[in-house]
Design a protein around this ligand. Structure first.
Ligand code: NAD
Length: 498
């Protein structure tokens, strides 16, 4: 059986330990992935440390040339990468292509790094003194990524980190490591010097070794909230810069004036696309008024019944399986819990069978009506094909509900009323907001991030914030007095007021 190796100092490196990688559509182990121990991780850190001085001194325009070649290689290899994503994650090929294309957009943005790194300059800030700020790389930086976007989320991080002059160590999800690894190998092929990009595979031991290493200057993490919070605390206590993006519970508010057919169609994709395994998936529809809720449920039910579910590798389907048997059981546990708590399960996908794929981790689309704020299915992230309808009396009630929730990643308002939309976008305590756009994932030149317990740290992922995250500012004041200029000691603090 083949093994996905580490990539350290430009070489494929095997590991003493391995973990199983499963195809969730069949339930079969299809390959192994290396499981790094402390020594493997330290080797990657040394490689990244040694590659840093020369890469830091490489002109940004030359670094950008590597990114141009990388983008081209990603496009040429897109079908192979999509197949790896679908095989190990279970999402449909069309969805996997969508994720890859959004990832490539981050490479395109990184191609502009010479422009993005232009500093700030002020002439004559004092007598004969010029001042400027420039943005210098940090050194060795690390990315730790989740299973649900195995190609795209790593691309949120290292194209910009590397374009800014840092060296990088990626620790992808051990559940679906092949696409992340294949993408990293393409970056190597694009002409990156050895050691600038490294990949170590594994789990907690690998992550903790990276978190504690003195040479690691910054960590970008994307994953579940408990792990994000732990990584933020441990990394920042060790003096590192950390951005840790966590879980979500994303609400879509449906006002009585909304175009219901449009809302229902777009909600279908936002709730059930990728089997609900997206941090921006809509998992709660908050309907203002019982009539709106009744109409929305009525419109959704036949669409849910028609969802085409099957193996991730097949085309023209709407949804594949969940990622692991353990995760499928967790999602089924939440559904059971919702029924026991008194919510009305109006669409039940628990008994779905996919002929020929009986061992796959499939769950069909589920819809709960009459969900209330005290229920676990409302409070916690399910990360499966489960949409909850909560009924409220007004837009204000909907906004209070959302603002009281611990997560604040994404949200959306369906309406035709501009005044209501303005009130919502102004007052809602959520990082990414859509108006009639249920998946308001910012494009690569805007940054991505939630509020509250969906993000620990200050700067968001990719876009302009990533340039700031992967660099530190240096302010330089410079004076070249002429030889004839008389100088004398000045003891008052220099200023321009007198
Ligand atoms: P996860 O937290 O289980 O794993 C994420 C990464 O952390 C993996 O690389 C994993 O190996 C590592 N890890 C797991 N447990 C660890 C531990 N105890 N100590 C150290 N490292 C550990 O997340 P997942 O299940 O892979 O991904 C799904 C989660 O990610 C969901 O909660 C989803 O909302 C979230 N997510 C958030 C965003 C966002 O932008 N906010 C984007 C994608 C996914």
């Amino acid at each position: 059986m083949s093994v996905v190796s580490h990539l350290i100092n430009g070489e494929l490196v095997e590991s003493k330990r391995t973990l199983d990688v499963t195809n969730p559509s069949t339930g079969k182990v299809i390959r192994q992935v290396a499981d790094a121990n402390v020594a493997d991780v330290e080797r990657a850190i040394t490689a990244a440390q040694e590659a840093f001085p020369a890469w830091r001194d490489t002109p940004p325009a030359k670094r950008a040339q590597v990114m141009y070649r990388f983008k081209q290689l990603l496009e040429e290899n897109a079908n192979r990468l999509v197949q790896l994503v679908s095989e190990e994650h279970g999402k449909t090929p069309e969805d996997a292509m969508g994720e890859l294309k959004r990832g490539i957009e981050n490479v395109e943005y990184a191609c502009g790094v010479p422009e993005l790194l232009k500093g700030e300059y002020s002439h004559n800030v004092g007598p004969g003194i010029d001042a400027w700020s420039n943005f210098q790389p940090l050194g060795v930086v690390v990315g730790i990524t989740p299973f649900n976007f195995p190609a795209m989320v790593p691309l949120w991080m290292y194209p910009m980190a590397i374009a800014c002059g840092n060296t990088f160590i990626l620790k992808p999800s051990e559940k679906d490591p092949s696409a992340a690894m294949a993408v990293a190998e393409l970056l190597q092929e694009a002409g990156l010097p050895k050691g600038v990009m490294n990949v170590v595979h594994g789990g907690r031991e690998a992550v903790e070794t990276l978190l504690d290493a003195k040479a690691v200057k910054a960590i970008s993490f994307v994953g579940s909230t408990p792990v994000a919070e732990a990584i933020y605390s441990r990394g920042s206590a060790a003096g590192k810069r950390v951005q840790a993006l966590g879980g979500a519970k994303n609400h879509a508010v449906v006002l009585p004036d909304a175009d219901l057919e449009n809302a229902a169609n777009t909600l279908m994709g936002a709730a059930y696309g990728s089997c609900g395994e997206r941090c921006m998936a809509i998992s709660v529809a908050v309907c203002v008024g019982d009539e709106t809720a009744d109409r929305l449920v009525e419109t959704l039910l036949p669409k849910i019944a028609q969802l085409k579910v099957g193996p991730g590798t097949k085309r023209d389907l709407d949804m594949g399986p969940l990622v692991t048997a353990e995760h499928r059981d967790k999602v089924l546990g939440y559904i059971e819990d919702g029924v026991k708590a008194g919510a009305t399960l109006v669409a039940d996908g628990r008994d779905l069978q996919v002929p020929g794929y009986e061992e796959g981790y499939f769950v069909g689309g589920c819809l709960f009506d009459n969900v209330t704020a005290e229920m676990r299915i409302y409070q916690e992230e399910i990360f499966g094909p489960v949409l909850c309808v909560v009924r409220v009396g007004s837009l204000d009630d909907a906004m209070h509900l959302i603002n009281d929730h611990e997560y604040g990643n994404g949200t959306c308002l369906f309406t035709r009323d501009g005044e209501a939309a303005r009130r919502f976008t102004d007052g809602i305590e959520v990082g990414m907001v859509g108006v009639n756009v249920p998946l308001p994932v910012p494009v690569a030149y805007h940054s991505f991030g939630g509020w509250k317990r969906s993000l620990f740290g200050d700067l968001h992922a990719y876009g302009p914030d990533s340039v700031r995250f992967y660099t530190r500012r240096k302010a330089v004041s410079q004076r070249w007095p002429s030889v004839s200029e008389a100088t004398r000691a000045e003891f008052s603090f220099p200023n321009n007021q007198s």
